[in-house]
Design a protein. Structure first.
Length: 161
């Protein structure tokens, strides 16, 4: 991929690159720090927007993959073949009622991770394993292999999927 750089005397710099689909992406950086991004097709602007210096830095951070790196399709298919996610409802008589995830040693005992609790329609993401007590009617959102989840259901006692 070729990026063309052009000086814009008294204004700043212009950077252009041809995209795979045949359109041109143009970035103009002004001496003031302002940025303009143009999407061009046959020299006609299809889309134009302005960014402040801070917005441009944040966008660059995101584009560079600093916060998120997508998983390659082959790896994702392998993961999805092995990993199962279940919603498990805690019913009357369950061994889990009024106990924390840490007390139950769920991960150590079964290999299953509790990634969230649905409590009366309110989601508790990444519940604190030492503080959050499991209540009657909670729906535990768990992740593991099928055998791990089966073991988890055995320990739970009165639970339903």
């Amino acid at each position: 991929m070729e990026i063309r750089e052009t000086d814009l005397p008294g204004i700043g710099k212009k950077y252009s690159m041809r995209l795979k689909e045949g359109k041109d992406l143009v970035l103009v950086i002004y001496h003031t720090g302002k940025r303009e991004i143009y999407l061009l097709e046959d020299e006609e602007a299809l889309c134009v927007f302005d960014l402040t210096e801070e917005e441009a830095r944040e966008l660059g951070f995101l584009l560079a993959g600093a916060l998120y790196q997508p998983v390659k399709t082959e790896k994702m298919e392998l993961i999805l073949r092995e990993v199962v996610m279940e919603w498990v409802k805690i019913e009357t008589g369950s061994n889990f009622i009024n106990k924390t995830i840490a007390e139950l040693q769920i991960r150590r005992t079964t290999g299953v991770s509790v990634i969230a609790i649905d409590r009366k329609g309110k989601i508790i993401p990444s519940p604190d394993p030492y503080k959050e007590k499991i209540e009657l009617g909670d729906i535990l959102i768990v992740v593991g292999t099928r055998p791990q989840i089966n073991h988890f259901l055995e320990l739970c006692g009165r639970c339903s999927v």
